[in-house]
Write a protein that binds this ligand. Structure first.
Ligand code: FES
Ligand SMILES: [Fe+2]
Length: 388
């Protein structure tokens, strides 16, 4: 039976029935266009791991809010990003998702203007150049790049925010994990037919967990109760000090990590506190583009990129110590298949959510007490959109 709420200050749940975002915020192309300029072209966006660009001349391209970005490593080993657009008449420069630039040059495929890896125009292809044409006036359009613990972020704004802007408790709960030293062991990518906010809302609540994630809810018993924190239960004080994971959180008895059989197979990270080892999972959340889940033996980076008002690309990278990846007995599939299953389940739930939002009667939904992280997400969103 549902409780009417009392006045416990440490209860984490919402105390009023807040409205969700308006239905059209999830499909209207005009809202989407405003999101691109207010959020996706303004904030730091996670692109890839730094070691994905192995040496001078290696590059990646990625589309962020409709803008093609060219990320490369220059001759001095510095990461640089540019709009993937030629300064002559605007052709796309690099057509592949990744590769290596021959002769340390970027050559436009259209009329062969060439640029060095710092983006300076080296040559045009014309027989002559007008007297008032100066090559230094036509470098590639630069994009700000920042590296954080082996992760590369880019910002399309000419005036990038100082902070990488993490939200949920104001920051990073994975400080003690050796993120910078880990290597990607597996990557999974899928385009889901939902608005990007639908995926984030789903990430921010567990009301859906028992039905959508039966396997995960067995592993993390508190999720079976549709909550994330012990303090999401209005009766949490009655269970304070309980060792039962359905009240205190953490993994089910005997499990160590998020994997098919609950077992960790590679080395466990040193340097974690007892509560971090017992937590089962910790998160770093940086809206709008990434969250990182930290477990006792591996980390998982989930990147979210909008592909249209009703299309979102989800990418997950699983990161391990090199020692685990080079051990032939290491059971990567035990970990990767479990995480993939959970993401597929979230993808399907998000698609069903998206379909219902199209109702002309649905002006806005309503948030239940357990959805306080969804409310935080909406507050962040309204702030970023200038809707205070
Ligand atoms: S558009 Fe690139 S050289 Fe002409
Ligand atoms: Fe989920």
């Amino acid at each position: 039976m549902a409780h009417k709420l009392t006045g416990d200050e440490d209860f984490a749940g919402l105390k009023t029935a807040e409205k969700s975002l308006p239905g059209r915020a999830y499909y209207d192309p005009a809202v989407y266009a405003r999101e691109l300029s207010n959020i996706w072209h303004r904030q730091w966006i996670y692109l890839c791991r730094s070691d994905a660009l192995a040496g001078p001349g290696s590059y990646r391209t990625e589309t962020i809010g409709g803008q093609s970005v060219l990320l490369l490593r220059d001759d001095e080993g510095t990461l640089r990003a540019f709009h993937n657009t030629c300064r002559h008449r605007g052709s796309r420069l690099c057509l592949e998702r990744q590769g290596r630039l021959g002769a340390q040059r970027i050559v436009c495929p259209y009329h062969q203007w060439s640029y060095d890896l710092k983006g300076n125009l080296l040559r045009t292809s014309s027989l002559s150049e007008a007297p008032d044409f100066e090559r230094e006036d036509y470098p590639l359009y630069g994009i700000a790049v920042r590296e954080w613990r082996g992760c590369v972020f880019v910002c399309l704004s000419g005036d990038p925010p100082e902070e990488l802007s993490a939200f949920r408790g104001g920051g990073d709960h994975t400080d003690n994990w050796p993120l910078a030293e880990l290597a990607v062991g597996h990557t999974w990518r899928k385009t889901v037919a939902c608005n990007w906010k639908v995926f984030w809302e789903n990430f921010n609540e567990c009301l859906h967990c028992p039905n959508v994630h039966p396997e995960l809810s067995r592993l993390v018993p508190i999720y079976r109760r549709r909550i994330i924190l012990p303090q999401d239960d209005p009766d949490w004080r009655r269970h304070e000090g309980s060792a039962d994971p359905k009240h205190r959180g953490g993994l089910t008895q005997g499990a160590e990590t998020w994997s098919g059989d609950g077992k960790a197979h590679g080395p466990r990270f040193e340097g974690l506190s007892e509560s971090e080892r017992a937590a089962g999972q910790r998160y770093y959340v940086n809206t709008p583009s990434v969250y990182i889940a930290a477990h006792v033996d591996y980390m998982r980076i989930v990147r979210v990129l909008p592909r249209g008002p009703e299309e979102t690309e989800i990418q997950a990278e699983w990161l391990f110590p090199e020692a685990a990846l080079s051990d032939p007995a290491f059971e990567l599939a035990n970990i990767v298949e479990f995480g993939t299953l959970v993401l597929e389940q979230d993808g399907t739930a998000s698609e069903i959510n998206q379909q219902g939002l199209r109702s002309i009667r649905h002006e806005a939904g309503v948030l239940m007490p357990e959805e306080h992280y969804v409310a935080d997400f909406h507050r962040w969103y309204r702030g970023a959109m200038g809707e205070g």
